[in-house]
Write a protein that binds this ligand. Sequence first.
Ligand code: CTP
Ligand code: MG
Length: 231
Amino acid sequence: MKGDFKVFAVVLAGGKGVRLNSSIPKQFIEVRGKKLLEYTLEKFQMSPSVDEIILVVPRDFIGLGESFRKQFCKISKVVGGGSTRVESSRNGVFEIDESKSIVLIHDGARPNVNVDTIERIVDVSFRYGACIPVLPSIYTLVSVNESSVEGYLEREKIFQVQTPQGFRFEIISAAHEKALKDGKNDFTDDGSMVIYYSISKVYYVIDDDTNIKITTMKDLKVFEMLLGKNF
Ligand code: CTP
Ligand code: MG
């Protein structure tokens, strides 16, 4: 549900993919004849509630980004990224001039996101203002200091944060404005900014564990495997 709100999906593909150690940024690597970013864009193109896609790419790749418009008609803007994820996200969000809108922010490096997750995030962020997808922690986790274990974390309360994250426009634009003013660019996602500046309560929905982020070569192999199977 989104009423008469417009839904913008900001797809972040402005990183370098240093940890994957390939010659081109990881989002442009081809798997089974298609670039990772094409798999990601397909999902937002397919999502019934998404109206427009704002694609953020490294400045040197604007031409390549523009070329995706032919394939994905929902792309309304292609913008250059910044040197951190926060700056890339801000560049995308600041392109939006409709105050009555829902903004989804997604890692371009998550090509296997489910359309159903996108729809649930739109629904909850429309109703409650802000929503992120999370995964229950499957591991036993501890916090440590230099040499020893400080304590065991309460597993039932620990979740892994995923994307797409959804926000009403005024919430995410306020968070970015504050971070810009503070020069604080080290947030690793958008929900953390909203919490850090106490702008809104952030709700969550449980994601699918197949919505992996491609970070290392192992993740690329897992993605290839996921493509071949219906989990
Ligand atoms: N991202 C971005 N702009 C940046 C950094 C990251 O748009 N300056 C995007 C990436 O393209 C990716 C998402 O944010 O889709 C999540 O970031 P991450 O997995 O860390 O990607 P990279 O920063 O590219 O990889 P690395 O940290 O290994 O260099
Ligand atoms: Mg990174």
